[in-house]
Design a protein around this ligand. Structure first.
Ligand SMILES: [Zn+2]
Length: 434
């Protein structure tokens, strides 16, 4: 053990984790939790498994703090989305090592960060690391589906196990070159996912005599069109403002933000675009079950993402205006996320100090995510300062974004090692905080 490099240790562990199939549903995350427990206990890290049902365990490992310093949680999830082997160059559960990359489902999302976090805490334990506050590693089930077996359940059923003032999770660490400068992105906030269903009513009838019926699908068509055209009043929140200040050197008025960002780099505009307001994407529609029956109802499902600090009733008012108060019923399907942590925090300094050492001429910038992660459970339950950051230097962020939830997912060994280095740095830097 003593002679193996941290890079090889992380690579070997990641290969093991990929070979344990934790596609959710059904999950079977206990396979990974048990494996991690064996790995961590061999380095003297105390582990506890918490499971709502036996096959879906969450692992929590801990180096106890020697005093009452702030607790740092390295958060991750162990489930993955499915994979269709026919689309892949390798078996998605092979964990194959090829061209200095580990291939397989979950390599990026997020067994790579699971492995990097486990190796960071195991290696620190072997070195006798004694932080003033607990260093915690949680490998949680059920992030991809969110059916209540993972962190959502843990913060309610076992809050003491995962309580922490600070948390490092997935969702950031991209290195972007915009204009003449490199930027490392750390996600500090997330939009709320609040999909809804619109039901439009009509009157059924035989399709051969359209005039005597009232076709709900035809009535729905203009609503779909207006939903697709929706543009919210632009508004730059604190994360977008900080991003603009770093990238553009100033914060332009909301209406000019996109133009100013594009002037630096088109990608900067694309990044900011969905972050200036609520977005609506109609994605599903259903009407008649039969070709020859005119439908009396039509359901439109809309993916809706709301800025943190805004609410569903506000969106309802905007919809009433957009759709002309038309005849429809609106039903919210669910609401998740929509939380932020302050950009200005000791954890920010920890992330920035790593980037400053790694690439002094680059800047660290905060970002609001258009999607969401498990971070919101920590923010909602404990007011935790939770950021998404795992640095990735070798693989371009555009490629990584394409591979996540897709075929040929893989991670560069060098990025995996960089992740271990960052997490060890974060633990050490956090422990020097007073
Ligand atoms: Zn993920």
């Amino acid at each position: 053990m003593a002679t193996i490099s941290l890079r090889d240790e992380a690579a070997g562990l990641l290969q093991d984790l990929i070979r344990l199939d934790t596609v959710n549903p059904p999950g079977n995350e206990s396979l990974v939790a048990e494996h991690l427990r064996r790995y961590l206990e061999a380095s003297g890290v105390a582990c506890e498994l918490y499971a709502r049902v036996p096959e879906r365990a969450n692992l929590v490992a801990r180096i106890p703090g020697s005093g009452d310093g702030p607790k740092l949680l390295l958060l991750s999830h162990t489930d993955t989305v499915l994979a269709d082997p026919g689309d892949w160059q390798v078996d998605p559960w092979s964990g194959e090592l090829r061209d200095d990359q580990v291939w397989g489902r979950g390599a990026l999302d997020m067994k790579g960060q699971v492995a990097a976090s486990a190796v960071a805490i195991a290696s620190l334990a072997r070195e006798g690391f004694e932080p003033p506050g607990d260093l915690i590693f949680a490998a949680c089930a059920d992030e991809e589906v969110g059916a209540g077996f993972g962190l959502q359940w843990l913060v309610e059923a076992h809050p003491d196990a995962v309580f922490a003032e600070y948390c490092i999770n997935e969702g950031g660490g991209d290195r972007l070159v915009l204009g003449s400068r490199a930027f490392w992105v750390c996600s500090t906030a997330e939009k709320m996912s609040a999909p809804f269903r619109l039901t439009v009513h009509g009157r059924s009838g035989h399709a051969s005599r359209p005039k005597i019926a009232d076709n709900a699908l035809v009535r729905a068509a203009p609503l779909v069109e207006r939903l697709g055209e929706f543009e919210d009043e632009p508004e730059a929140g604190p994360e977008v403002e900080a991003f603009l200040r770093a990238v553009c050197g100033r914060v332009p008025p909301p209406a000019e933000v996109i133009t100013a960002a594009r002037a630096v780099h088109p990608m900067a505009g694309d990044i900011i675009d969905p972050l200036l307001g609520t977005t609506l994407s109609p994605t599903m529609i259903s009407a008649s079950e039969k070709r020859n029956v005119i439908p009396n109802r039509c359901e439109i499902t809309v993916d809706c993402r709301i800025l943190p600090g805004h609410t569903q009733p506000e969106v309802e008012a905007k919809l009433a205006e957009l759709l002309g108060g038309g005849e429809y019923d609106l039903e919210w399907i669910e609401a998740q996320g929509g939380t932020r942590s302050p950009v200005d925090s000791p954890l920010w300094d920890v992330v920035k100090s790593f980037v400053d050492e790694l690439e002094p001429e680059a800047a660290t910038v905060p970002l609001l995510l258009s999607g969401f992660t498990d971070s919101h459970w920590m923010r909602e339950a404990f007011g935790t300062v939770a950021y998404g950051f795992l640095p990735m230097r070798m693989m371009e962020s555009e490629l990584a974004a394409r591979l996540i939830h897709s075929a040929d997912e893989r991670i560069e060994l060098e990025d995996l090692e960089l992740g271990v280095r960052f997490l060890r740095h974060a633990a050490a830097a956090m422990s020097s905080l007073r």
